[in-house]
Design a protein around this ligand. Structure first.
Ligand SMILES: Cc1ncc(COP(=O)(O)O)c(C=O)c1O
Length: 397
């Protein structure tokens, strides 16, 4: 069975044409093994976790906690808090670490390349606490202005940076950012939503203090993600949401809290999703993610060049290490029209601001068409995509 055969959705037709799914930076498709793992949980083991001694409760608890064990193994992390995704993971840092450790006079460094989920929580905290936000600009070469970054670091308490841009596919120089930030006494949060699906990351060796990511961008279910935290920083975090599961004791006078990750996972967690994500992580270990990444960036680089040859403005550089994301605009054909025409022939792409309005503002545009490739995409699909666009340009430009 080929890898594509493992994804039921890839067999379907859209508008009378075979689906060519190129919206992977938004979310990836799920292999049958992930769908089966979630179905099996609901049909055989459904129960709440951490709360009862009966067999089903034991199976559900083991299934949920297996996800944490898997995350710790795969990313070599000592602390893995399970969240609803990257967005909740970053909000958790803002509430649990930011509120406990930042106050008026402190500053946070962000970049213009951030997704809204790594901007808005910090703006909310800044408003509440009087914290200053400094933004590192993006250059005309689609990279961070590292000289400005060095200046912005002066006296900063926290640096939040996107691993890989969801608009440009550009992977940032994280090793240097982490090293410089720590030398300046700042903690570092990496938004790895687009990085983790394309690379094997050793969180301990990487050295960031926090790393946030989502399961659904790496063949896992929606509604689940993780925040990895270094142990010393974990100790500086105060509980955010109060409720069941996060406490040790509750009396009328007050409560004491768990000291492990449960402290940050109040309430019934995402059990089926955790089981599905574990299945996805296990499944992804059956192939070489780095070799896949090399194959995909070659495809993206070829698509980018072909689109430039067709007169498109292409945003990104498509170097080794960057993600296989191609954002583009035709000088006269509206991006929404382009996406509708592509959809009519079975091609799924994203348009709009991609939740990165400050970046698009810097680029002087309000949106792009974005094609993003993942492990099941083929060179043939990329070629069909370029021919379709060629036809659209010939008809409408
Ligand atoms: C770079 C980046 N950060 C954060 C997010 C937010 O992820 P989620 O919606 O899964 O919380 C995304 C999703 O598109 C992203 O691409």
């Amino acid at each position: 069975m080929s890898l594509r055969d493992e994804f039921p959705i890839l067999q379907r037709q859209v508008n009378g044409h075979p689906l060519v799914y190129l919206d992977n930076a938004a979310t990836t498709q799920k292999p049958q093994i992930v769908i089966d793992a979630m179905n099996d949980y609901y049909s055989q083991s459904n129960a709440n976790v951490h709360r009862a001694v009966h067999t089903l409760a034991g199976e559900a608890t083991e299934g949920y906690e297996s996800c944490r064990i898997k995350l710790k193994q795969r990313f070599n992390a000592q602390r893995a808090i399970i969240t609803s995704g990257t967005t909740e993971a970053i909000n958790l840092v803002a509430h649990a670490w930011g509120r406990a450790n930042l106050s008026k006079g402190d500053s946070i460094v962000l970049t213009e390349m951030e997704h809204h989920s790594d901007i808005v929580p910090w703006q909310m905290l800044a408003e509440e606490r009087g914290v200053e936000i400094r933004y590192v600009p993006v250059t005309q070469h689609f990279t961070l202005d590292m000289e400005a970054f060095t200046h912005a670091l002066d006296g900063a308490a926290l640096v939040c940076v996107v691993h890989t841009s969801n608009v440009l596919g550009v992977r940032n120089p994280l090793e240097s950012i982490i090293e410089q930030s720590h030398a300046a006494g700042a903690k570092v949060l990496i938004d790895a939503a687009q990085g983790v699906p394309h690379a094997q990351i050793d969180f301990t060796a990487f050295g960031a203090d926090f790393m946030a990511f989502s399961a659904h961008k790496m063949c896992g279910p929606t509604g689940i993600g993780a925040l990895l935290v270094q142990p010393d920083v974990f100790e500086q975090m105060e509980p955010f949401m109060g409720g069941g599961d996060m406490i040790e004791t509750v009396t009328i006078e007050g409560s004491t809290y768990q000291t492990n990750e449960h402290k940050f996972e109040a309430g019934t967690p995402r059990i089926a999703e955790a089981i599905g994500w574990t299945a996805a992580l296990d499944w992804m270990e059956t192939f070489d993610i780095s070799a896949e990444h090399d194959r995909l960036i070659k495809i993206a680089s070829w698509v980018a060049k072909s689109l430039r040859d067709l007169g498109m403005n292409v945003y990104g550089r498509h170097e080794d290490g960057d993600a296989a994301v191609v954002s583009f605009l035709h000088p006269t054909i509206n991006s929404e029209d382009m996406a509708h025409l592509l959809d009519a022939r079975g091609f799924a792409v994203r348009t709009g601001h991609h939740c990165a309005q400050p970046l698009l503002h810097r680029l002087g545009i309000s949106g792009t068409v974005r094609a993003s490739f993942y492990i099941y995409n083929t060179r043939e699909e990329a070629e069909a995509f370029v021919s379709e666009i060629k036809e659209i340009v010939e008809r409408f430009a």
